[in-house]
Design a binder for this molecule. Structure first.
Ligand SMILES: *[C@@H]1O[C@H](CO)[C@@H](O)[C@H](O)[C@H]1NC(C)=O
Ligand SMILES: *[C@@H]1O[C@H](CO)[C@@H](O)[C@H](O)[C@H]1NC(C)=O
Length: 332
């Protein structure tokens, strides 16, 4: 992410009443010396402590006094009591170590910001299970899986860190998150503006709700990624849906699809929507992890995986041998 974008995001979350004293931390984050080469590999998570904090299962009601252990990670190698800061990752839907491993940005900037890195796990994920193995048993147990409860967990954890770590008490905290975690970071700044001086919401679909943005906007972005990555790439995918429909109309077509896609069991016409959803999900995931460097977030992938993939296949097979081979519908 460019420095300007970063600064804009931070500024948009600066409340008018933010005190002058807290602003230097944000200014520092806005003028970081990030690598000028956007394809350079971000730092990888190295050394952190795994800790647990006792949270209330329900922050808002009166019916239960139950608690659970929330996992969080702390890396304080570059942290300075004087002039330092706390970067707080608002964990999203997964094992927190996964996000810790894949948020190189925080590791990249830790030294320059003299920052303590904290990665807080989202309740109901990883090891932070409010009811242990029963957490997903029924709606009664799942009742406390809400973003409101998760934000309250983060607030309690920040209070705890400031109370218990000597030197942390008056330090500025900046919430950071990606995707749903980015939504949480932004919402945290909105709901708890006294606890964090700013939030960095990366790839966060904060407005991606019904009636707020056009329905197809996400898929348009996915299509653009493919369109830019190779000639005829998005067109081939576009045409493939009709090709699959045509093939699914005949027994021999279904049989051909089963073989061409190496499916475990013979495809039936009832499976077709499922199959298309599955293929579509693959394109979407690939677009989401089309990073400029090799990564291992959803799967091990090279840099710019969409482009790499388009180029390594012969022109006739660009994008995907299977999809193009379906053109114009004559199984071989
Ligand atoms: C890891 O961090 C701990 C605590 O901050 C420190 O004592 C230890 O030396 C670090 N290890 C490495 C290999 O950097
Ligand atoms: C995080 O990275 C370490 C070191 O590469 C790896 O062993 C571990 O499996 C990763 N954990 C997750 C949850 O991705």
């Amino acid at each position: 992410m460019g420095r300007r974008a970063l600064l804009l995001l931070l500024l948009s979350f600066l409340a008018p009443w933010a005190t002058i004293a807290l602003r230097p931390a944000l200014r520092a984050l806005g003028s970081l010396h990030l690598p000028t080469n956007p394809t350079s590999l971000p730092a990888v998570a190295k050394n952190y402590s795994v800790l647990y904090f006792q949270q209330k299962v329900d922050h808002f009601g009166f019916n239960t006094v139950k608690t659970f252990n929330q996992r969080y990670l702390v890396a304080d190698k570059y942290w300075k009591k004087n002039g330092g800061s706390i970067l707080f990752y608002t964990g999203n839907e997964g094992d927190i170590i996964w996000f810790c491993n894949n948020t190189g940005f925080m590791w990249d900037v830790a030294e320059e910001l003299k920052a303590m890195l904290v990665f807080a796990e989202h309740r109901y994920y990883g090891e932070s299970l409010p009811f242990g193995d029963n957490s997903f048993k029924d709606s009664r147990h799942l009742n406390f899986l809400t973003s409101e409860q998760a934000l309250a967990d983060f607030a309690e954890l920040i209070k705890h860190l400031k109370r218990t770590i000597p030197g942390a008490e008056n330090q500025p905290v900046i919430a950071i998150g990606g995707s749903y975690g980015g939504m949480l970071a932004a919402w945290f700044r909105m709901k708890y503006p006294h606890m964090v001086v700013g939030a960095l919401a990366a790839s966060a679909p904060i407005w991606q709700f019904e009636d707020l943005v056009p329905c197809g906007v996400f898929m348009k972005i996915v299509t653009t990624d493919f369109r830019k990555s190779g000639p005829h790439c998005s067109e081939s995918i576009h045409r493939s849906w009709d090709a699959i429909n045509r093939l699914s109309n005949t027994g021999s077509g279904l049989q051909w699809l089963t073989g061409a896609l190496h499916l475990c069991s013979p495809l039936t016409s009832q499976d077709i929507q499922h199959l298309k959803d599955w293929i579509s999900e693959t394109w979407v995931n690939l677009a989401m992890v089309d990073y400029p460097y090799a990564s291992n977030f959803l799967q091990p992938l090279p840099a710019w995986p969409i482009k790499r993939w388009s180029l390594t296949l012969s022109p006739k097979l660009e994008c995907s041998g299977v999809i193009i081979a379906l053109e114009p519908g004559t199984p071989d």
